[in-house]
Design a protein. Structure first.
Length: 87
């Protein structure tokens, strides 16, 4: 399992950094699962939440969230995936 641990705010240039980071990981994942640890995330703007949804859609990543804010971002990313499929 590969863990991508996020902290702070996913806004502005950090959205692009997250996008770059997860895309660079996908080539080395192979059959390993991706876990995104949202425990330290305090805020994500709409672009940041969209990247989380894209990660979930592309990789099937699981989310670990131990705060209400992290749980919200994880649920929204999973919901956006379903919405994109028309479910």
């Amino acid at each position: 399992m590969t863990i991508l641990r996020l902290d702070g705010r996913i806004v502005g240039p950090w959205v692009q950094e997250l996008d770059r980071a997860w895309r660079s990981l996908t080539g080395s994942l192979g059959s390993k699962k991706l876990l995104i640890d949202l425990g330290g995330v305090t805020y994500a703007d709409s672009d940041g939440r969209q990247v989380l949804a894209e990660i979930h859609q592309a990789t099937g990543a699981e989310f670990q969230a131990n705060t209400p804010m992290g749980e919200y971002f994880a649920a929204e990313a999973k919901r956006r995936k379903k919405d994109a499929k028309g479910e």
